[in-house]
Each structure stands twice: as C-alpha cells, then as structure tokens.
Design a protein around this ligand. Sequence first.
Ligand code: SAM
Ligand code: SF4
Ligand code: SF4
Length: 343
Amino acid sequence: MMKQSTELLDKLNRPLRDLRISVTDKCNFRCQYCMPAEIFGPDFPFLKRSELLSFEEIERLARLFVSNFGVKKLRITGGEPLMRKDISYLISKLADIDGVEDIAMTTNGSLLTKYANELKSAGLRRVTISLDSLDNNIFGMMNGRNVKVEEVLAGIDAAKDVGLGVKINMVVQKGVNETEIIPMAKFFREKGHPLRFIEYMDVGNTNKWDLKEVYPKKQILEDIHSVMPLEPIDPNYKGEVATRFRYVGSSEEIGIISSVTDAFCSSCNRARLSADGNLFTCLFASKGYDLREPLRTNYSDSELIELLSDIWFKRKDQYSVERNTLLEKNVVKNKIEMSKMGG
Ligand code: SAM
Ligand code: SF4
Ligand code: SF4
C-alpha cells in the first residue's frame, strides 16, 4: 500500500523536507578537503553525459518529492552547479513546481558574475557561496587552483545586486585557515551577509581527514565572542543544521555547522540526489539507491512513489552520532565522495 506523503517518517521519526539535487560531479576548483587535485586529476573518470540525469528526469523526481513527501525546499549543488550547461533552464522548471517554497544553490561563486542575473530571473531565490579565506595565499592553496578571493567576492556582489539572498560558507580546517575566522566574521558582518562556519568533515575517503584538523564549534565561538560578543538565537525552522548566533546589540548573525563535535542527526530531514540519479539518505553514506534505471525503464509515478517511500521508511542513518565509536574501533567506512553525492 502507498504510504501517505506528509506522514512518512523514517525509522528515527524524521520527515523528509529538504532535497538537495546535484547536477554535476565536475568542478573548476580542487579544494583539498573535497576534491584533492592529486586524486581528481586530468584522467579522473567523471560522469559521462549519458550517465547524468536529464533536466526532465530531475524535474519529474523533484515533482514527486514535492507533491508526495512534503518536500518544500530544493537546493541545487554539485560539484560546481554552475558548470552544468543551461542550469538556469532547470531552475525555471523547478520553480514552476506547485508547492516549492524555496530554491537555493550552493556554489563556489566563481561563475556568478556571469550567471547571477539569469539565475534570479529563472526563479532562484538564494545562493550560499563558499569562501574559506580572505587571504589569497590561503584561499589559493585551499581551492587548489589559485583562484583569487576577488573573483568570489565579485560573484557575491553580483548575487546581491540582482536581489538573490546571500549566505557564506567557510570550512574551518585547523592549521590551515583558523586565523581567518575573525577577519571573515568582521568582513561579512560589515557586508551584512550571514557567515556559516563548517567544521571540517570526514566526507568521502580522499581528503585524508584527521580529527586533529577539526577546529571545533566551541573554539570558533570563543574566538569570535572574545572580539565581538555573541548571543544564541532560535533556529529559523526545525531541522536547521546551523546553530545561529547574533552579535550582541545588532541584527547580524553567524551560524555554525558542527557535524563533528555536536551532531544534529536527530533532526536531519535531508535527502540527496546525485547527478547520476542515486538517492542518498546521509552525507556519509556508502551507497545510494538507483533511481535512474527505474526512470529509464518507464516506472509509473506510483511505482516511483512506492520506491521512494520504501527508501525513506527504511532510513536509520545517523553517522555523526556514530562517528566517535567508529573512530575508536578504527573502522574505516567506505564513503561516497561529496562532489559526487552533492554537498
Ligand atoms: N561547489 C559548490 C561549493 O563549493 O559551494 C557546491 C558543492 S560543495 C561540495 C558544498 C559545500 O560543501 C561547500 O560549502 C564546501 O565548502 C563544503 N565542503 C566540501 N567538503 C567539505 C568537508 N570536507 N568538510 C566540510 N565541508 C565541506
Ligand atoms: Fe568544488 Fe565545491 Fe568541492 Fe570546492 S567544495 S572542490 S568548489 S565542489
Ligand atoms: Fe544527516 Fe547523516 Fe549528517 Fe546525520 S550524519 S546529520 S543523518 S547527513
């Protein structure tokens, strides 16, 4: 029997609300923590055109998620989503889906001066732009391609100028860019863009992640608080991954995404659709559920809904809660790379 949309809860009583759609596994950056250049070299076997879901296939799945599962937010990601040809056309199709309340994109910002305008016209509402430092030496090394800070800042301005909502993501890696926490906080406070600090995570298996390189949420807060006092504020909605803080006496805010030192799995309501049509129910998953084959073998909508319901119904992922135990036992989990699954 088909399970009813809004009542669909996973094994840990979590609903599905937020769908992240990866549109490509390619990227013009080689961030060390995500796609290290020594692994993602010129011969890396990126997905072929025929392996990618078409825009029609993505739209069909998104429509089913929205109309049958209570998904209200879509986020386009990758890889670098702006490297997918005609991405604004996909946005316009997704924006037309009844029930979609919000479409956002996570991007490295390098191509935004070119695309901000058409993205906004297509119906994109918000962008989260990743920038890890204001120092060109640090940033150039972290992005692995010597891309200049100014290029990303120009993208941020372009997004703001066309009226897109803007947030900034900064991954903090101990020994690499923690000295940039205060400069970044000051800069984006002044600019009026919420900045979210992300603890360096053990996504995938290629980044040689080490717990010693995690700069914890507690320390990030202490650093900022000692210069610009902070006070906690309520989440915008249930399941928000960033814990929010406001600079005392102002309306400007920051957020911290603490997957490593303060897990938030109990409220995780996200699913990720990879560019080749695999559905992942956790960022740290070892395998996805193939939806491309059913799509291409003419499953009906009700057959697809049944399949998706079963996937969510069986879900019991909570990797961040289990991480420490796995680390203690020296268990090395085989995880799909974030660039493939979608960040
Ligand atoms: N290319 C786009 C970008 O960088 O914004 C979208 C995809 S990227 C995989 C999505 C987000 O994941 C970015 O904000 C990035 O900084 C973050 N990320 C990637 N690897 C990470 C890691 N090992 N730990 C924490 N965050 C990471
Ligand atoms: Fe590319 Fe984003 Fe990964 Fe950096 S974090 S390599 S910009 S996909
Ligand atoms: Fe969600 Fe998995 Fe992250 Fe936990 S570890 S918050 S289940 S994506």
